[in-house]
Design a protein around this ligand. Structure first.
Ligand code: BG6
Length: 467
């Protein structure tokens, strides 16, 4: 049961909200921005692309004024690699100038910028040059990009995030610039190499950050769909543990301990997809651990033992529902779902926070959490009580974790303002602020505060006392 173990959140708790560059900025062809892999994806029928998004590029001052009014202590944003380095390698001064103005505005308005170095927006030029993340060259280029950010913005940024949702990226070939039609086994092999390269790249960037910005903290962003057992049958409990290992901890074991999770290793061996590994990389990871773990949490899964007995290759989906021989994801009548079938389970967030801390003793920063919904604008208002309820229940679990002694340092709701959803365009809105546009009509891009805006404002003001 949930008990009020503390009255308020700690004074330095980072109440925040988040966005990512390609989902919010628009201005895709302006000031020398290069081509990112998603720019070349075929447009989905009835769904907008990312070219205009919420036009934050031109509205950033107005948007930051709204953040200030909301009372945010922190704003999580990502910096577009292709705005700063259009070909992935050479610096575009106009890109630096834009983020210089933007970050200064955030700092001048007394908010802590939390900067994601790489949030899905990968330069197409690097895919063309050497296959992107499948190659070790990608590690060097990621480090060079990070070095440019540290040099130009390190004086204003105390919190850095390396790669957003590596686990998620691995399940969508097109986000890495790879063809969707690639064969399952071939792709699984590639994905394991990409995973490994990204872990090495993360350690290199953590090392660099610690060397050049000793005041700053840095960590990866993981996306646990923390599994709970379907029943009290021991085989379901074991399958759940294996699910968590193969869906989440296989990455954090490399980030935080520089070793492969045994279950993950066996999984790769059985499928003949072990990547090329160098001992010095594992040493590098062991010596350069994150300062905290960034966690995006939206949903969890309910897991049972698989009744099938085969070896599966890659199912190119974000939600891998069956790993034959290991686990299967089941429906849970005790958990309600969003309109897109995502399980709403705030307790899953608490379980994930506690498990991560118990394993790694690293503070947790919630980097994303929120509810995507079909919001309706009526008489200049959006009554998004469903969003208030969702965020309320998740924040209550975080408060409880803190009360139990688990160090959660901040919470960034997804998203600060409506932006283009990864797969559903403008149909699925997440923001505290409504942007007056839809998929096929840009209208006037007017910003309208939703009911949740005023609710979150009060929560921040009272430091969560009513939660
Ligand atoms: C996270 C991403 O996976 O989930 C965001 O970091 C994304 O970029 C968010 O928008 C919600 O997913 P979706 O598909 O509903 O936009």
């Amino acid at each position: 049961m949930y008990h009020k173990r503390i009255k308020q959140f700690p004074e330095d708790f980072l109440f925040g909200a988040a966005t990512s560059a390609f989902q919010v900025e628009g201005a895709a062809d302006i000031d020398g921005r290069g081509v990112a892999v998603h720019d070349l994806q075929p447009k989905k029928e009835g769904i907008t692309d990312f070219s205009v998004a919420s036009d934050h590029y031109h509205h950033y001052k107005e948007d930051i004024a709204l953040m200030k009014e909301l009372g945010l202590k922190a704003y999580r944003l990502s910096l577009s690699w292709v705005r700063i380095m259009p070909d992935g390698k050479n610096v575009n001064p106009k890109g630096i100038e834009f983020y210089d103005r933007l970050l200064q505005e955030v700092v001048d308005n007394d908010m802590e910028p939390i900067v994601t170095i790489y949030h899905f927006e990968y330069p197409q030029a690097l895919v063309d040059a050497y296959g992107g993340w499948s190659s070790r060259e990608a590690i060097e280029d990621f480090e060079k990009f990070a070095a440019v950010l540290f040099e130009n913005f390190g004086d204003r940024v105390n919190y850095w995030l390396t790669i957003n949702e590596q686990d998620h990226l691995l399940k969508i070939p097109s986000r890495l610039g790879f063809p969707e039609e690639i064969d399952g086994k071939e792709y699984l092999k590639l994905a394991e190499q990409v995973n490994y390269n990204m872990c090495v790249a993360t350690a290199r960037v953590i090392k660099l950050c610690h060397e050049v910005l000793p005041h700053a903290q840095i960590g990866p962003v993981i996306n646990p769909m923390y599994g709970i057992p379907n029943s009290n049958k021991p085989e379901d409990v074991i399958a759940t543990m294996e699910f968590n290992e193969l869906s989440t901890f296989y990455i954090t074991e490399l980030h935080c301990r520089g070793r492969f999770s045994p279950i993950h290793w066996k999984y790769m061996e059985d499928r003949d997809v072990v990547p090329e590994i160098f001992e010095e990389d594992l040493e590098l990871m062991k010596a350069n651990k994150p300062d905290f773990l960034g966690m995006n949490y939206y949903l969890n899964q309910t897991v049972a033992a698989s009744q099938q007995d085969a070896i599966a290759y890659h199912e190119k989906s974000v939600f891998i529902v069956e790993e034959p021989g290991v686990y299967t994801v089941t429906d849970n009548p005790n958990i309600v779902q969003t309109d897109w079938g995502w399980n709403i389970c705030p307790e899953g967030m608490k379980l994930a926070i506690m498990d991560f801390y118990n394993r790694y003793q690293l503070p947790v920063l919630i980097t994303e959490n929120g509810l995507g919904a079909h919001d309706e604008l009526k008489d200049e208002q959006v009554e998004d009580d469903y969003r208030i309820e969702y965020i309320h229940n998740h924040l209550a679990q975080i408060k409880d974790c803190i009360g139990l002694g688990y160090p959660v340092i901040g919470y960034c709701a997804w998203s600060f303002i409506d932006l283009v959803s990864g797969r559903e365009g403008m149909d699925k809105r997440y923001g505290f602020i409504y942007v007056n546009r839809d998929n096929d009509d840009l209208k006037d891009m007017r910003r309208i505060k939703k009911k949740s805006f005023y609710w979150y404002q009060t929560i921040i003001e009272e430091r969560g006392e009513s939660l």
